[in-house]
Design a binder for this molecule. Structure first.
Ligand code: SAH
Length: 272
């Protein structure tokens, strides 16, 4: 397929690095019984590599013109299913009800549109208070580097933010490789990276996950402030100081210094 003119509105950047494609495919550890979900197949450069390896590939693409081209290219391939629509509003499972081969994809592999990364992550993982009902075995995504860094950041590092807590509560996150802007046409303004997420049950879940969500949101509201200042609207300052001391945490900590298990403990202990 000749590369169609990329549309800005759909955050279209065609990946053209064989090396990056190799890394994405390897990271997905694909076996012949895997049913893959690809978001934003674009010209099908990644799709083409996934099809021979997996039992099935379901791709969701919003751009009608691209869909026509994809149908021409892969329409006859038996293990390929293309759905045209917006990944955020589409109810995937309802489209797959009578299609045994494609039902309940167990992995996601995608070079996603960067402008909707947050909502896509929430769609794939769910929220702290409402994890996805059928978690995926594995999710490999090409994302903006800055977002990737947040996803696998360790507590205490600058990149560790509310997104890190929300995602790491639901999944293990690993860095796979950097992908420079020039690996795409047209090159995006930012560099990219491949990450791998493995959804899992957190060892000790929060007793009140909704409260943990609120606490994380407010705790990170102003990153330069101390945690107790960010939380002063909802938690009594002296009570928080005392609790942090009890937990052997410096009362002057910032939100980014608390690990995910520490967030859970804090939420549980402040909720009584
Ligand atoms: N995977 C391709 C294209 C990546 S660009 C490659 O690696 O070359 C992102 C793709 O996501 C584009 O094809 C774009 O049309 C599609 N897209 C953008 N917004 C979307 C949405 N809301 N739902 C589904 N696909 C979307």
């Amino acid at each position: 397929m000749r590369s169609p003119h990329p549309r800005k509105q759909f955050a279209q950047h065609w990946l053209r690095s064989e090396k990056a494609l190799d890394r994405i495919v390897a990271a997905a550890e694909i076996s012949s019984s895997d049913r893959l979900w690809e978001i934003g197949p674009g010209t099908g450069i990644l799709t083409q590599r996934l099809l021979p390896l997996a039992q099935a590939v379901v791709a969701v693409e919003i751009d009608r013109d691209l869909c026509q081209k994809l149908v021409k290219k892969f329409g006859k391939v038996e293990n390929f299913l293309l759905l045209q629509g917006d990944v955020l509003s589409l109810d995937l499972e309802s489209h797959l009800v009578n299609l045994t081969t494609f039902q309940q994809p167990n992995k996601v592999v995608a070079n996603i549109p960067y402008n909707i990364t947050g909502p896509i992550l929430e769609k794939l993982l769910g929220k702290i208070a409402q994890p996805r009902e059928h978690p995926f075995d594995l999710i490999v995504l090409l994302v903006q580097k800055e977002v990737a860094q947040r996803l696998y950041a360790k507590a205490g590092s600058k990149a560790f933010g509310a997104l890190s807590v929300r995602v790491q509560y639901l999944a293990e996150c690993e860095f796979i490789c950097d992908v420079p802007a020039k690996a795409f046409y047209p090159p995006p303004k930012v560099d990219s990276a491949v990450v791998r997420l493995r959804p899992r049950q957190i060892e000790i879940p929060a007793k009140d996950p909704k409260w943990l969500e609120t606490l994380v949101k407010l705790g990170f509201a102003e990153k330069r402030k101390m945690l107790r200042n960010n939380l002063k609207g909802i938690v009594d300052r002296d009570r928080l100081t005392k609790l942090l001391e009890e937990l052997n945490i410096n009362p002057q900590v910032r939100a980014e210094d608390l690990s995910v298990p520490e967030w859970v403990t804090l939420a549980d202990r402040l909720n009584v």
